[in-house]
Design a protein around this ligand. Structure first.
Ligand SMILES: NC(=O)c1ccc[n+]([C@@H]2O[C@H](COP(=O)([O-])OP(=O)(O)OC[C@H]3O[C@@H](n4cnc5c(N)ncnc54)[C@H](OP(=O)(O)O)[C@@H]3O)[C@@H](O)[C@H]2O)c1
Length: 308
């Protein structure tokens, strides 16, 4: 039977196991994919803890496979799917998890993987890069505007900085001191996080900040908000809707379409976006991969490679 990395109930790391699972069958609108790579994201461990995505009401069926995105090769095509055939290299959002030898993709949230894009890089695009893209697009900043990105060295932040730079926007990136050179290499002016953040940002951007894309929440978000006269220019992917609404801002609106995946893949192909996969793990070391992200200080992206 195929292997998958699962959680067996809601809770902490003690609920996790590498186990045999049934090979999923692709229902209406789904693709069954032999997974080559799966991106690792904070939402993976949050779901294990009982978090529900917006609009999600049903309880998980256990064991639940970790992961939200994957790249691989189509093994079976579900009813009603057009534009994909067996053998296609694809990537996209998963239905029931991607840390597995086989996963189901939603065909309307998947796309063909260009030959010049590796499975490993492709597996990072549906969550982090697409979230970065949606947020930067939502802000509609003109060329030459200045964007503050908090969590600039993490998965979404790394992509948000590069995408904003590709659109001609100046970026101030908030990250810990250990990520200074990394964040600068992405094209941002680095500012360390922590108390006094707003003052440090004003020092490097005396002309002011036009928008904030927050990926951290909490005190960082609250202090970043003080830099904006117009709080509609404040968006977050890292804080709950009510926390950002209280400050006058909003959550990033996610598009989750094949077209956005094509757009971010295009940015990678033309050299404008490097997902910066800093570490890969095989499926039987998924636990370490997830801990690296759960520790909260990941740099770029962590990917699980399957059957490499
Ligand atoms: N709504 C959506 O569709 C969506 C999609 C993707 C992600 N998200 C959310 O967006 C957030 C960021 O995701 P990600 O994938 O970029 O996570 P990540 O790769 O773990 O990066 C998060 C970054 O935040 C920084 N950080 C962590 N704790 C901090 C603190 N207390 N103060 C200041 N900085 C801190 C870390 O940088 P330092 O080491 O420099 O501190 C880290 O690099 C998560 O909450 C995630 O769940 C939402």
């Amino acid at each position: 039977m195929p292997k998958a990395y699962v959680f067996t109930r809601y809770g902490g790391p003690e609920t996790e196991a590498l186990t045999d699972v049934e090979r999923p069958a692709p229902g209406l609108g789904r693709l069954l994919v032999a997974v080559r790579a799966a991106g690792v994201n904070p939402v993976d461990w949050k779901l294990r803890g009982g978090f529900r995505r917006p609009g999600e009401s049903a309880d998980r069926v256990f064991p639940a496979v970790f992961g939200s995105e994957a790249a691989g090769v189509v093994e079976e095509v579900g009813a009603g799917v057009t534009g994909f055939v067996v053998g296609d290299a694809v990537f996209g959002n998963t239905v029931d998890g991607g840390y597995a030898e086989y996963a189901l993709l939603r065909a309307d949230q998947a796309t063909h993987k260009p030959a010049g894009l590796s499975f490993t890089d492709a597996a990072t695009l549906p969550v982090a890069a697409a979230t970065a893209y949606d947020g930067v697009r939502q802000l509609e900043l003109p060329e030459g505007a200045t964007l503050l990105v908090t969590g600039a060295g993490g998965g979404v932040g790394t992509a948000a900085v590069q995408i904003a730079r590709a659109f001609g926007v100046k970026v101030v990136g908030v990250a810990s001191g250990s990520k200074k050179e990394f964040v600068e290499s992405l094209g941002a002016v680095h500012v360390p996080g922590g108390p006094g953040l707003a003052e440090r940002v004003r020092a490097v951007a005396p002309e002011g900040i036009d928008a904030v894309y927050d990926l951290v929440g909490g005190e960082t978000l609250a202090e970043a908000a003080t830099l904006l006269a117009d709080r509609t220019r404040l968006i977050t992917a890292g804080a709950p809707p009510e926390a950002v609404a209280e400050l006058g801002g909003s959550r990033v609106a996610r598009a989750r379409t094949s077209a956005v995946l094509d757009a971010v893949a295009g940015l990678v192909l033309r050299g404008a976006l490097n997902p910066h996969v800093t570490r890969t793990y095989p499926l039987d070391r998924a636990e370490q991969a997830l801990r690296t992200v759960e520790d909260g200080h990941a740099r770029g992206k962590i990917v699980i490679e399957v059957n490499e």
